[in-house]
Design a protein around this ligand. Structure first.
Ligand code: VTB
Ligand code: MG
Ligand code: MG
Length: 329
């Protein structure tokens, strides 16, 4: 028998494989609807597949970051119990992150899931979150949310030992980001604008040579912020997030989830604590993951699956010959 080096208090390591299966299934179902211009259908397909797979796992899971609150999301809503029974875990999911990317067959849409011990993931409402993230290897606090964007890229360049022209910042292409885009460009650094998909944007900072992205900045979804934090906990890097709670309704939702300090800056370690698993399967082709491929007699998927307690990061290319299952069940 091989020795299981699972640290005390950590989750069962068998779950590494299990979480991967869940995102693989969701990705295949969404990928069938790539490029059809129907975001809702692709999202629904991913949600159905993910829920079905989650309910087969030997876990007693609660969705803490999901498709929305119960009245607006019939499936995988926040608070939904999933699993066939077993270890008690919290789950954060975005079955199809980048629905528009998938509907338009553009790069970097993913099926994503994070799993952690009960109480370990920030219960964030589905509001916006300001984010800043960099990959591993920088001193703690090298950048933060309150720093002007131009200062952040300059500091990063200095720490990396390169000219600021060699830095690239990934930012969601939205009018609300006009100022930070201008600030970054004023330094001579490059801006990679993305249409959607900021979980991928954050993960890309962990491998700047492959992806061409050194830093992620800007405002995106809070659920995506928690999922990206789970990934960084495993792979290394730093992130900060601050919920944008301007309206009374948003504040009330945050309060119901136990948030009392509305202006709090969370580190990625505060958004995803303890032993965390993260899995993402490519739906469309991307910088780090290939999308689902349909061959006449099999399907391939590519998944990055990782675990924080051991820091193992696996990229798994799977060939699924039992493909009838993907269609029938
Ligand atoms: C981001 C991105 C998502 O929403 O969180 C973004 O990661 C933010 O919201 O893929 P807006 O689109 O309203 O700007 C998505 O683009 C879609 O969920
Ligand atoms: Mg979604
Ligand atoms: Mg999303």
């Amino acid at each position: 028998m091989t020795e299981d080096r699972t640290p005390k208090g950590a989750l069962d390591r068998v779950l590494t494989v299990e979480v991967m299966r869940v995102t693989e299934r969701a990705a295949v179902s969404a990928a069938r609807l790539r490029g059809r211009g129907d975001e809702r259908a692709a999202d629904q397909a991913a949600v159905d597949a993910m829920r079905r797979e989650l309910n087969r796992l030997a876990i007693e899971g609660i969705v803490v970051i999901g498709e929305g609150e119960r009245d607006e999301a019939p499936m995988l809503y926040i608070g939904e119990a999933v699993g066939a029974g077993g270890q008690r875990v919290d789950i954060a999911l975005d079955p199809l992150e980048g629905t528009t990317l998938c509907a338009k067959d553009m790069p970097n849409s993913l099926a994503t899931l994070a799993l952690a011990s009960g109480g370990a993931l920030l219960n964030a409402p589905d509001v916006y979150m300001e984010k800043i993230a960099v990959g591993p290897g920088y001193p703690d606090g090298i950048v933060d949310l309150d720093m002007p964007a131009d200062e952040a890229v300059r500091r990063l360049a200095k720490a990396k030992g390169v000219d600021v022209h060699e830095i690239s910042a990934c930012i969601l292409d939205r009018p609300r980001h006009a100022d930070i885009i201008a600030a970054v460009r004023s330094t001579g650094a490059a801006v990679r604008l993305i249409g959607d998909g900021d979980i991928a944007g954050v993960i890309h900072t962990t491998n700047p040579i492959e992806t061409g992205v050194d830093i992620y900045m800007g405002t995106g979804g809070a659920p995506e912020g928690v999922l990206a934090s789970a990934a960084l906990r495993c792979i290394g890097g730093q992130m900060q997030g601050r919920l944008i709670l301007k309206t009374d309704e948003h504040k009330a939702r945050a309060e119901r989830m136990g948030i009392i300090d509305f202006d709090r800056v969370y580190s990625h370690e505060e958004m995803a604590k303890g032993d965390v698993y993260f899995s993402a399967t490519g739906v469309t082709d991307g910088n780090m993951l290939q999308g689902v491929r349909f061959y006449p007699d099999h399907i391939t998927t590519e998944t990055i699956v990782m675990r924080s307690s051991t820091g193992t990061v696996r990229t798994i290319k799977a060939k699924h010959t039992d493909f009838s299952k993907f269609i029938l069940d």
